[in-house]
Design a protein around this ligand. Structure first.
Ligand SMILES: Cc1cc2nc3c(=O)[nH]c(=O)nc-3n(C[C@H](O)[C@H](O)[C@H](O)COP(=O)(O)OP(=O)(O)OC[C@H]3O[C@@H](n4cnc5c(N)ncnc54)[C@H](O)[C@@H]3O)c2cc1C
Length: 314
């Protein structure tokens, strides 16, 4: 089976979500070809996750033009399946490829597909409240993999690089400015392994120093509930949940967040959830692996001291 994986280029290297998509394709037992656009350093890291070949198209194009390039490569390369991450770029591009080539798109998959006879796979529905099993009706399908549902699996190796010579249509979008939305760990929130998040229980923006300090000690990114960003206590790019960013870190610490379903929809895939809330009836405790019933203003300083002690003695 031949699989084409679209991988986002981040300063010459594959994004973590892109590497996860390659790991996913490799785990299907497939011959994996990665496709990246722009300048790439060596093989961009894709070989280590199992891509045999990296096709690189030079140029700087928008998502519409990227979709055209991928659709053309999909036709020319004789692939059985296309895979990409279900991240922002994957969500923008892959539906266009599906329309252009008449392929079935199954988005946000969370488990390895059964490709023995067609393509059957599980995906989250109703904001993660249920799981649907869906089967593709077309010969060639596209799967987008929910970030952090599968993980990056390094198998070792180097991909052979093939420079593509297609024409990259000029972008119709003008890039005005790129502002980092990284925490102290320097990791974008969707890719962070550790996240410290806080809600209205923090009472006001002036109290976020404690949240940031804990995040900094742990090397975590910071996040928040929606009302907190709506009222301007925190920037919008930190808002997680159904209408914000969906994350699946290894550790999610939620401070003064009630745990409404719309919030949980974006974080309930986290591997370990720690909830700090003064209300023992807060719904978030039902989703927590560890819970501290207490006032954040008393718990956080103690947690910060404990984290400092822990990191100093590591
Ligand atoms: C269509 C729709 C989409 C939505 N999308 C999102 C979304 O994407 N993300 C999101 O977050 N929300 C979303 N919401 C809003 C969601 O329903 C909740 O209103 C919101 O998540 C609540 O935020 P909160 O937990 O910070 O605040 P609150 O509900 O006010 O909860 C604050 C919590 O802090 C606790 N607390 C108070 N003081 C302290 C203290 N001193 N120490 C410890 N704990 C304390 C309280 O016990 C309480 O549990 C959406 C709503 C709708 C209708």
């Amino acid at each position: 089976m031949k699989v084409l994986v679209f991988v986002e280029n981040n300063n010459g290297k594959a994004t973590k979500a892109g590497l996860e998509a390659i790991s996913y394709a490799k785990s299907l037992g497939a011959e994996v070809t990665a496709f990246m656009i722009g300048d790439v350093q060596a093989d961009g890291g894709v070989g280590e996750c199992g891509a045999q070949t990296l096709k690189v198209q030079a140029g700087n194009c928008d998502s519409r033009a990227m979709a055209k390039l991928i659709a053309q490569e999909a036709k020319d390369g004789g692939y059985n399946l296309l895979v990409a991450s279900h991240d922002n770029l994957g969500k923008e591009i892959m539906p266009r490829v599906a329309i252009m080539n008449g392929y079935t798109l199954i988005s946000g998959v969370t488990e390895l597909a059964n490709v023995a006879n067609g393509c059957m796979v599980k995906r989250n529905v109703f904001s993660g409240k249920a799981i649907a099993e869906v089967a593709s009706k077309s010969t060639i399908s596209i799967l987008t993999v929910l970030p952090n549902s599968f993980g990056v699996k390094k198998v070792g190796g180097t991909a052979a690089i093939v420079a593509m010579s297609a024409t990259c249509e000029p972008s119709q979008v003008k890039l005005v400015e790129v502002k980092g939305n990284h925490g102290d760990a320097g990791v974008p929130l969707p890719e962070a392994d550790l996240v410290v998040s806080a809600g209205r229980g923090m009472k006001g923006p002036e109290n976020w120093g404690m949240v940031e300090e804990l995040a900094s000690i742990l090397g975590a990114a910071t996040a928040c509930s929606r009302p907190v960003s709506d009222i301007g206590w925190r920037p919008h790019h930190e808002h997680v949940g159904q209408t914000g960013i969906a994350i699946r870190p290894n550790l999610y610490i939620a401070i003064g967040i009630s745990g409404a379903i719309q919030h949980l929809a974006g974080v309930n895939g986290s591997k370990v959830i720690v909830v700090i809330n003064k209300d023992p009836e807060a719904p978030f405790f039902k989703a927590a692996d560890y819970g501290i019933v207490g006032d954040a203003f008393e718990v956080l300083p103690r947690l910060i001291e404990a984290a400092k002690h822990f990191t100093a003695n590591k």
